[in-house]
Design a protein around this ligand. Sequence first.
Ligand code: RIB
Length: 310
Amino acid sequence: MKILNYGSLNVDHVYQMPAFVTAGETLSATDCATHTGGKGLNQSVALARAGAEVYHGGKIGADGETLRAFLEKAGVDCTFLRTDPGVPTGHAIIQVVPSGENCIMIYGGTNRMVSREEIDETLGHFSAGDYLLLQNEISNVDYLIEKGHEKGMITVLNPSPITAELLSYKNLGLLDWLIVNRGEAEALSGLAEDGDADGGKAKDPDAVLAALRTRYPRAGIVMTLGKHGAVCLRGGEKVTGRTYTYGKRVDTTGAGDTFTGYFLAGLARGLSLESCMELAGKAAGISITVAGAAVSIPDMETVLSSIPLE
Ligand code: RIB
């Protein structure tokens, strides 16, 4: 069974900041670095490092060859990664503060040039039962969901980042899996629309899950809850996962991508939901102890031999 991850590739320009820059403010970075990233690329790397057979669909510019090389070195098949020499590769400007939290600005570039013709051609190489993984940083995501579903592929969406356009997609109800963080879950559930009624407080996770289940009854749902772990609902089955701590939280960029890739790799191997959640939680926990996105994703051997502090 193959996994096609149709997603973004970015060059990440990462700035270590004493605090996030706010409107009208100028702050000096204490350090800066360039890393390989993009939610799509990160998730392909996580899938490959977790041992899955993964194909990356997407687009880079002439300046993006290092991203292709990174994917290939990680073991990702790049047959369906196209190049448009006339458009710059996507990039991200990322601020990281001492707590390890980040703030990300993305420029789509070639990620926004993925066409329906390319999608049709690529999906022609996959069959019913193969997985189709998507995020929300490329063009034509709703079309991908529709066409993947039509072919009988198992469609999985990590709806990140949430945008007004995503909330208007017609085909979200066709998804087989949704992998969301708490904010994404609230936005998709419709409960965020009542935000003012309770002063904009975070909603009860069980209420959010119940609302998501009502809106997307055919989808398995995984909701990550930061330091409170994660919860997964599939049919009548509900599994909770814990967080794993391995040391100082250096950089959370790519932790969600690591979780998604490891979870899906486990699912594709037929592992139990408990094992999928454990492996994904451990891999994400390790990733935040290292700076950078794709470069911080551990391989399966490291995950299996890891000993969490708590
Ligand atoms: O999820 C982290 C990623 O989001 C970064 O690598 C950045 O490129 C943005 O896409």
